[in-house]
Ligand binder design. Structure first.
Ligand code: BG6
Length: 506
């Protein structure tokens, strides 16, 4: 297998190396990068964890994960041996200094063998309680001081609320510079999410209409058909607002609403995104009931299969008030977006996994067609379909062929799979590549994370003080509680998902 000669020798030190994230996402993505000749000639994966495992056992487990989750699927022994020889396991307690000494020694050993200095990427694939612990030990071991060559990657949750996020950021910056900290939001690694910038700023025709003059409202839906699966214990303490809105949905909103960047520099783009968060209208306590709706799924029969309600899921308390659905109405108070509502919704056990952004345009200023010509009139809209079928659909009016004047809504679509033959990489592949090449564009800076928490804190506080009376309030397999519709201004509604209006996107 050839490798990418341009890349520096790299060591991935994965804390939580025997865990689910590493097995399901990190190692399969590293393997795919390796297959695509996107790994350096010298690299190593050092998995660190508490349990007893030999290198051989760990490798076997990783192979299983790769075969299940990598793009390649089943792999040959030859491909496997080329990759697996880079993997090592080290057992230890992350609260004790010994494991860091072991790690440091292993890194030195590898560097001596390679006869080159390596960049070291510390990946926090651990429970969040460790996020504030590991960086201090790494500093004590003298492993954080090389600002060019050492980096730390941290996954959400970045805090549980604004206070804890501030504390965590403080703990991280006590050991690493901000430029060394890569906070992952895996949504930003998704191809279509990155493409929002390309659509908006690489084409001249979107930008002139991308403002309050032409846009009536924006909706962002991130729906999941699954329940909480095996993550009930974590989820019951988090809920939809913390788990999805604070990070993924806020990031999507920023990409839709941000001003054009001057250059494609990480900080320039991140500055423009943080400007959006700073411009968001605060949700006052008095306005919460008009700005936020929560829901929790009860049992149901999605697709004819009986599933239990949230309160019956393993790890979830039987009287839980945790929301599995959240909808918000937000405003960005600036010249571009003043008074344009942004409606966000996300939930578990909805009818289908679908993530979409819809830009709903205003009606034409003067309707010149006779009423009989426009029986199905709909204002134009642009749907950005993030998953599962990456693409864009522009919905507009056209004349139906015939002697009579009759207008019908039609769709113009761009579909990733049809237009490009190259496979779409997993979000983690993109993000791991970016960490290796020290490109922080798609990662969240401390101020972004804090600003996103700041917006949601009034809702989080209100919801924790006032328990809902109607939970569970939506049936598994439906689009959430009916009360989500109360957020809408007259004439606004959740859009019909692209897969329902365009057969090819099914
Ligand atoms: C994670 C959440 O960040 O994103 C999960 O913790 C959620 O609860 C997942 O299921 C959704 O990601 P994706 O890529 O499947 O849309």
């Amino acid at each position: 297998m050839s490798t990418n000669e341009q890349l520096q020798p790299t060591i991935f030190a994965i804390f939580g190396g025997s865990g689910d994230l590493t097995w399901r996402k990190l190692v399969p993505s590293l393997f795919d990068l390796f297959q695509d000749v996107n790994m350096p000639p010298y690299f190593s994966i050092i998995a660190l964890d508490r349990i007893d495992l030999t290198d051989i056992e760990l490798r076997r487990r990783y192979r299983d994960g790769i075969e299940k989750f990598s793009r390649k699927g089943k792999i040959s022994d030859e491909d496997w041996s080329g990759f697996s020889r880079h993997i090592y396991y080290k057992k230890g307690d992350f609260t004790k200094q010994e494991i860091y000494t072991v790690l440091k020694d292993q890194c030195t050993l590898l560097e001596n063998e390679w006869k080159e200095k390596a960049q070291i990427i510390f990946y926090m694939a651990t429970p969040p309680v460790m996020f504030g612990v590991i960086p201090g030990h790494l500093k004590e071991a003298g492993m954080t001081g090389n600002h060019e060559r050492s980096r730390i990657v941290i996954e959400k949750p970045i805090g549980y609320d604004l206070d804890s996020a501030l504390k965590l950021n403080k703990a991280l910056t006590a050991s690493f510079r901000e430029s060394q900290i890569f906070r992952i939001d895996h949504y930003l690694g998704k191809e279509t999410v990155q493409n929002i910038l390309a659509f908006r700023f690489a084409n001249p025709f979107f930008e002139p209409v991308w403002n309050r003059r032409y846009v009536d409202y924006v909706t962002i839906t991130v729906a999941e058909d699954l329940g909480v699966e095996h993550r009930g214990e974590y989820y019951d303490k988090a809920g939809a607002l913390r788990d999805m809105v604070q990070n993924h949905l806020m990031q999507l909103l920023c990409l839709v609403a941000m001003e054009p960047m001057i250059s494609f520099q990480a900080d320039e783009i991140r500055n423009k995104k943080v400007d959006v968060l700073h411009a968001m209208r605060p949700i006052t306590r008095e306005m919460i009931h008009k700005s936020a709706v929560r829901g929790q799924y009860g049992s149901g029969r999605p697709g004819g299969k009986e599933v239990s309600g949230y309160r019956g899921e393993s790890g979830v308390s039987t009287g839980s008030f945790t929301e599995t659905f959240a909808a918000l109405k937000l405003y960005v108070d600036n010249w571009r977006w003043q008074d344009v509502p942004f409606y966000l919704r996300t939930g578990k056990r909805l009818p289908r996994q679908v993530s979409e952004i819809t830009i709903q345009f205003r009606a034409v200023p003067h309707q010149s067609f006779p009423p009989e010509a426009i029986p199905d009139w709909q204002s134009s809209s642009l749907i950005i379909s993030i998953q599962p079928n990456e693409g864009i659909v522009l919905c507009f009016q056209a004349k139906q062929p015939g002697t009579r004047l009759l207008l019908k809504p039609v769709n113009l679509k761009f579909n990733y799979q049809e237009s490009f033959s190259t496979p779409i990489p997993d979000a983690y592949e993109t993000l791991l590549w970016d960490v290796m090449t020290n490109d922080a564009t798609l990662f969240m800076r401390a101020d972004q994370v804090e600003a996103a928490w700041n917006i949601l804190m009034p809702v989080i506080e209100e919801w924790s003080l006032n328990k809902p009376h109607d939970f569970p309030n939506y049936q598994a397999g439906t689009w959430g509680p009916a009360s989500a519709d109360t957020l809408f201004d007259p004439g606004h509604h959740w859009p019909v998902p692209a897969y329902l209006i365009d057969k090819d996107l099914k």
